[in-house]
Design a protein around this ligand. Structure first.
Ligand SMILES: NC(=O)c1ccc[n+]([C@@H]2O[C@H](COP(=O)([O-])OP(=O)(O)OC[C@H]3O[C@@H](n4cnc5c(N)ncnc54)[C@H](OP(=O)(O)O)[C@@H]3O)[C@@H](O)[C@H]2O)c1
Length: 328
């Protein structure tokens, strides 16, 4: 079958990725084989190429977010049938879904509602499930009124804004100048152009100096450090890229909480309930999409041959919302 691969451990750039002919995988115990119909592209897909993963065997097939049809069932699998339309977020240490077929463990899967396409489902996984964990699993939303979602035009931010609005929260979001119009479509209470405005000063203004109840940091350590200073008393920071230095903040005096999201970490844990939550959250998010409560913003559906260009565009911050590839 056709697959986008890292051919050798020395191939650490997007440019070095190759389209290769590799064997169709066989589903092992607890797995099903999917005929891939659509895949989602994410920053992590190029980060793992550049960083390398010590346990990979080569050639390694890339890709984490898959939507497809079950075509074969491994030993010990119950409750799943050949022909079902499903999606799931994969384990980055294993061969992935930028290919015509992929074998995946069933705990991560959810069935697609009839009115949800493979492309839509594929767009909701890494970014969508991270946003879902950051809003629906990690913070206690009782007595939360305001939220700052960083990078509202990103895969994570665009879904987090919509989820926060469903809870009735007042949403502030940061965005670069060129992506403001796109974020406007999500109707946040305030858009902060982080390239032209002082984010902390604007938040002070928006909260009458109180600070924000909840912040989702999708940017990195330095921003997360500033976020701790932007929180109100009893505020919570949910961080998805890196953790700030908590010794530098008055965490105790101000009653602050820090939550960390590491979505793919579930695959490597030995906790089946946590692994199964990947599938459960996926099903819950798909339901919100099927009922029109959340609408993923897919910038473009590209072809298999354009996967490399797509990853480069994500790396260059040229994408708004999500890029999805159709695999025929
Ligand atoms: N922990 C986890 O489990 C997990 C899961 C998913 C993603 N992630 C990570 O989370 C990050 C976001 O993921 P994503 O899928 O949303 O990526 P994405 O779709 O590429 O979006 C990232 C966005 O960040 C914006 N940005 C860059 N610097 C910014 C700043 N200082 N303030 C505000 N926005 C800024 C970028 O646009 P502009 O440059 O135009 O502003 C871009 O729109 C990535 O680093 C990803 O690897 C972690």
């Amino acid at each position: 079958m056709k697959a986008l691969v890292v051919a050798t451990p020395n191939d650490k750039t997007i440019a070095n990725l190759k389209i290769a002919d590799v064997k169709i995988p066989k589903p092992t115990t607890g797995q099903v084989l999917l005929r891939v119909h659509a895949v989602g592209l994410n920053p992590v897909d190029y980060k793992v190429v550049e960083g390398g993963v010590p346990t990979w065997q080569y050639p390694h097939t890339l890709g984490l977010d898959v939507a497809g049809e079950i075509v074969a069932i491994g030993d010990g699998v119950t409750g799943w049938q050949v022909g079902e339309r499903v999606s799931g977020h994969g384990d980055l240490t294993k061969n992935g879904c930028f290919a015509e077929y992929v074998a995946v463990p069933t705990y991560q899967l959810a069935r697609l509602p009839e009115n949800v396409s493979y492309e839509t489902a594929a767009s909701l996984l890494c970014g969508g499930l991270t946003a879902y964990t950051a809003v629906e699993r990690k913070p206690n939303l009782k007595n939360v009124h305001t939220i700052l979602v960083h990078a509202g035009a990103g895969g994570v931010g665009s879904i987090a804004i919509q989820l926060a609005k469903l809870h009735g929260l007042q949403v502030f979001t940061t965005v670069s100048t060129g992506k403001i119009e796109y974020v406007r479509k999500l109707h946040p209470a305030a858009i902060i152009d982080y390239q032209r405005e002082d984010v902390s000063a604007r938040l002070d203004e928006l909260t009458n100096g109180r600070g924000v109840d909840l912040i989702i940091d999708t940017v990195g350590k330095a921003e997360a450090q500033k976020d701790l200073t932007r929180l109100t008393y009893n505020g919570t920071l949910v961080t998805i890229v890196d953790v700030p230095d908590i010794d530098a903040a008055e965490m105790f005096n101000r009653g602050l909480s820090l939550e960390v999201v590491n979505l793919g970490g579930a695959h490597l844990s030995n906790n089946l309930a946590q692994k199964a939550d990947l599938g459960r959250m996926n099903a819950e998010l798909l339901q919100l999409v099927a009922t029109g409560k959340v609408a993923p913003l897919i910038e473009k559906v590209i072809s298999f041959d354009q996967l490399k260009n797509g990853l480069q565009a994500i790396k260059d911050h040229q994408v708004v919302g999500k890029l999805v590839a159709k695999i025929d």
